[in-house]
Ligand binder design. Structure first.
Ligand code: FAD
Length: 503
């Protein structure tokens, strides 16, 4: 169509697909180039013998972000996916054996569940925390999370209102907030876990991450029928309905520019795609480190090198015979020593975590197991990134390591009272090295860069690059990783390109 601006999106992760749909709905001609043999990036599934596993996201929160996207691109989210509220949502087991069964929504009910599980002042103290998280959310949502990154201007805007500064406490860590709010160490542990939802260490991540439990417990915890990865299928379908051209197995090797303006991309097989606008959903480190040959890119790379990468994940997919008692949709068995876990990932003793917190997602979803007598377990433990074993990495490709560590994790789970080993029909292992190979996530980092440090959120790569017409979207850019934030990232980018504010 003459005059129609041509957009290339590099990568069909959630950020790329969501941006493509938003731009196509506004009349842009969009082509998505994906290097892998599947769409969805980290949002993916593994299927075998009637067992279906989410290999990436299994927890879906803040569906409002995707409701907005689907509504504005054609038809409501609920028509595209089978959105199911979870209740209960989580079973938490602490190292002393105390358990809490958490409702799927309602901060007050969650507080009561904590009181029932661990007693003491848990209910009132959790309410205090969630109230603070809610205040932080009101202050930061629109001006920061849903707006383009404006560097120090974001901080100055916050600094104008002393009561906002006091509430957000930009220099307080999540751990400090927990210790200040809770008299029970188990609640500190529970709050610590939310730092890992952004790939971070609670001893370094900012207190404002208290917004994460606020959002989860206020807006609910959701499953998607058939698996959370069905969201990727729905996004692909929406893109197709809007005329977006989608290609798999197409590796972008460089971004072309003239002067300081983007002109297109080149792929591994030498093909050139011309474009007025390029949206990079590939990791920001790859964009500035290898795809773009430009002085601005080198400058941006300096910032990325200074930040701490997000933690990675060791994933076990278990086809389980039988139904397991006392299991909820999401299950967490906490370690006794969270500090040792974070030290193994970020700090002093880099190694696969010896006594990890173990997360199991075992959906009671008929579309995800062959029959009612079997279960599909996605097991996830936090892990150091993949590399050559130096600079804070572990070589996850070392022969035997993955199998040994999988046995170890199952042994730890057994010691915590859940010995699933006799019921495992077969298992699949996904190490950080596998994730790196599949979707080019550097080191297998789950969320791009972590939120470690008070400045981390403001130092993320911005959505607008130094090159005219080149934009960054997704977990490695502003405002960060996880499905809700990646969806917000896509909205920001689409608005920047369409020259609109939030519509
Ligand atoms: C194990 C695991 C568990 C998770 N759990 C949750 C959860 O429960 N809830 C939640 O909200 N989030 C979770 N996340 C995080 C969530 O998956 C991500 O934040 C989100 O999916 C990232 O989307 P994205 O668009 O930023 O990028 P990605 O999914 O990384 O997509 C980027 C795409 O770009 C492609 N690409 C890269 N380079 C090129 C190139 N040169 N040419 C062409 N294509 C290229 C990649 O192949 C990929 O498809 C989890 C992630 C993992 C790995």
């Amino acid at each position: 169509m003459p005059g129609k601006s041509k957009v290339i999106v590099i990568g069909a992760g959630v950020g790329g697909l969501a941006t493509a749909a938003r731009l196509a709905a506004k009349g842009k001609s969009v082509t998505v180039l994906e290097q892998a043999n599947h769409f969805g990036g980290k949002l993916a599934a593994y299927r075998r013998d009637g067992f279906v596993f989410d290999t990436g996201p299994s927890l879906f929160t803040l569906p409002a972000v995707y409701r907005d996207l689907f509504l504005k691109t054609g038809a409501p989210l609920e028509e595209a996916i089978d959105l199911q509220p979870l209740d209960p949502a989580f079973r938490y087991q602490f190292s002393d054996g105390a358990t809490v069964v958490m409702p799927g929504v309602g901060a007050g009910q969650c507080a009561d569940a904590l009181a029932a599980g661990i007693g003491g002042k848990a209910a009132e103290e959790w309410r205090t925390l969630i109230k603070r998280g809610g205040e932080m959310w009101q202050i930061t949502r629109e001006p920061f999370l849903q707006s383009p990154l404006a560097g120090w201007r974001n901080i100055l805007a916050l600094a104008k209102n002393p009561s906002h500064v006091q509430t957000v406490a930009p220099f307080m860590t999540l751990r400090s907030l927990g210790e200040k709010t809770f008299s029970d160490k188990r609640l500190v542990t529970l709050l610590d876990r939310y730092a890992t939802y952004t790939g971070s260490d609670p001893r370094k991540a900012p207190a404002v991450l208290a917004t994460v439990p606020y959002v989860e417990q206020t807006f609910g915890t959701w499953h998607i029928g058939g698996g959370v990865s069905s969201l990727a299928d729905a996004l692909v379908q929406r893109c197709r309905d809007l005329g977006v051209e989608l290609h798999t197995n197409t590796n972008v090797t460089s971004i072309s520019t003239t002067g300081n303006e983007v002109t297109g991309v080149r792929t591994g097989d030498g093909e050139a795609f011309m474009a007025d606008i390029v949206v990079a959903n590939a990791d920001a480190g790859q964009v500035y480190g290898s795809l773009l040959n430009d002085a601005g890119a080198q400058e941006a790379m300096k910032g990325i090198r200074k930040s701490t990468p997000s933690l990675a994940g060791f994933v076990l997919l278990l086809a389980v015979n039988d139904r397991t008692q006392d299991l909820k949709h999401h299950n967490v068995w906490f370690t006794e020593d969270y500090d040792a876990e974070f030290d193994a990932i970020f700090g002093r003793n880099i190694a696969p975590v010896s006594d990890p917190t173990i997360y199991v997602c075992a959906p009671r979803d008929p579309l995800m197991s062959p029959d009612a007598d079997h279960e599909s377990w996605s097991v996830l433990v936090n892990a150091p990134r993949h590399g050559d074993g130096t600079n804070g990495t572990v070589n996850w490709d070392e022969p035997g390591l993955a199998e040994q560590y999988a046995d170890h994790v199952l042994g730890v789970l057994a010691r915590r009272g859940m010995d699933i080993r006799p019921k495992i029909r077969w298992r699949e292992i996904r190490t950080p090295a596998d994730l790196e190979r599949d979707v080019r996530a550097p080191g297998g980092a789950i969320y791009g860069t972590s939120s470690n440090g008070a400045r981390a959120a403001f130092a993320r790569p911005a959505n607008e690059s130094p090159v005219g017409g080149l934009y960054l979207v997704g977990g490695s850019s502003h405002p960060g990783g996880g499905l809700p934030l990646v969806g917000m990232s896509a909205e920001i980018v689409a608005n920047l390109i369409n020259g609109t504010n939030r519509d």
